[in-house]
Design a protein around this ligand. Structure first.
Ligand code: SF4
Length: 319
C-alpha cells in the first residue's frame, strides 16, 4: 500500500504553510495516515469535508482537555496477557496488529497504535492461546488492533486456525475499516481465510456515507456474498455525522449494501478530541428523529464504553 506523505496531502488539499504547521505538530503525536483512495475522496474546496475532518488533523487536536486521557477506557487494567483484553464476560479482544491503513484522529487507541510495526510475536500468541484455553467461559474471540486485516494472509490464517483448535470458542469477530479505506485488500485469498474457521462476523467502522465508493462497495459485496454477517459501528462525531439527515443517509446506505447499522458510539475522551464531542442530549435527539424516519432495524443502538463496566452502556431507553 502506498504511504501518502504530508507533502502529498498538502498538495492535494491546497494547504498553505500556515495550514501545514498544526498538521505537522499533530503528526508528531499521532502520525497522519490516509490511503490514496480516501484522500482522493476529500473535496479540497470544503474545509468541513467529513472525510477530511476524520483523517486530517485540525489545530484543535493540539488542545488537551482536563477530562481527556491517554487510555480513556482503562484497557491496560483489563489486559491479563500482552495483546489480549478481557473486559466483558464471554469474549476477549485480541490486538492482532498495531497497524492501521488510516489513522482516525479520534481513535481511543491512538497512543498505542504507532508503538510497533509488527504483529503479535510467537510467544505472545502462545500466551494468548493458553489464556483462552484455560477459561471455558470465553466463547468469542474479537480480532481488533490496530486493524486485523493489516496482518498478512499467513498471520491471519494462523489466528483463524488457532481459534478453530479451541473447542469453547464458538465465533470470531473481526473489527476493521479495511474494506472501506483499502478495498484492494479484500482478495479471494483473504476471503477464503476468513471463511475457513469458526463462524466469523465482520464489524465495519463507517461514519459517513461519503466514505464509500465503487471499490469499497464491491469489497463489501464480496464479503456479503460469502454469507459473512456484516455489522457497522459508527462513532458520533461533531462536524462529521451529528446530523439526522447524515445519519439516516448512512443507515440507508449501509442497509443497501447489506450491512446492519448496529451501534453508534459516543466518543471516548482520548487526548485531543474534545472538538469531536457531541452532547448526550443531542445524541438522544438524533436517535429520536431516526426512529421516526427509519425502520427499526436501521436505527443504530446508541452506546458508550465506560471503564469498569461489564458491557456497553446503552442510552436507547432514555430516548
Ligand atoms: S481504524 Fe480503528 S484502530 Fe485504526 S485508527 Fe481508526 S479507529 Fe483507530
Amino acid at each position: 500500500m502506498h504511504e501518502v506523505s504530508l507533502n502529498e496531502i498538502g498538495r492535494t488539499l491546497n494547504l498553505t504553510a500556515d495550514d501545514m504547521e498544526p498538521l505537522e505538530q499533530a503528526h508528531v503525536r499521532f502520525p497522519v495516515r490516509i490511503t490514496p483512495g480516501l484522500l482522493a475522496r476529500i473535496d479540497p474546496s470544503d474545509p468541513l469535508d467529513p472525510i477530511r475532518r476524520q483523517f486530517i488533523p485540525s489545530p484543535e487536536e493540539l488542545i488537551r482537555a482536563d477530562h481527556e486521557s491517554a487510555d480513556p477506557l482503562n484497557e491496560t487494567k483489563s489486559s491479563p496477557v500482552s495483546g489480549l483484553i478481557h473486559k466483558y464476560p464471554g469474549r476477549v479482544l485480541i490486538l492482532t496488529s498495531c497497524r492501521c491503513p488510516v489513522h482516525c484522529r479520534f481513535c481511543f487507541r491512538k497512543t498505542n497504535l504507532p508503538r510497533s510495526l509488527t504483529g503479535l510475536s510467537g510467544s505472545e500468541l502462545d500466551r494468548i492461546a493458553d489464556y483462552i484455553r484455560n477459561d471455558c467461559s470465553i466463547h468469542e474471540a474479537i480480532f481488533s488492533g490496530g486493524d486485523p486485516l493489516m496482518c498478512s494472509d499467513p498471520e491471519l490464517g494462523a489466528l483463524v486456525e488457532l481459534m478453530s483448535t479451541i473447542p469453547h470458542i464458538e465465533t470470531v469477530r473481526v473489527h476493521t475499516r479495511v474494506p472501506v479505506v483499502w478495498p484492494e485488500r479484500i482478495t479471494d485469498g483473504l476471503v477464503r481465510i476468513l471463511t475457513s474457521g469458526k463462524p466469523l462476523w465482520v464489524v465495519l467502522h463507517i461514519n459517513h456515507s461519503l466514505e464509500l465508493d465503487d471499490s469499497s462497495r464491491d469489497a463489501i459485496r464480496r464479503l456479503a456474498d460469502t454469507g459473512i454477517p456484516l455489522l457497522n459501528q459508527a462513532v458520533l462525531l461533531r462536524g462529521v455525522n451529528d446530523d439526522a439527515a447524515v445519519l439516516a443517509d448512512l443507515s440507508r446506505t449501509l442497509i443497501r449494501n447489506r450491512v446492519h447499522p448496529y451501534y453508534i458510539h459516543f466518543l471516548d475522551p482520548v487526548l485531543g478530541t474534545a472538538h469531536f464531542a457531541v452532547s448526550l442530549a443531542k445524541a438522544r435527539r438524533l436517535i429520536r428523529i431516526l426512529r421516526e424516519i427509519l425502520p427499526g432495524f436501521a436505527v443504530p443502538r446508541l452506546v458508550r464504553d465506560l471503564p469498569g463496566k461489564h458491557s456497553k452502556t446503552e442510552h436507547l431507553k432514555e430516548c
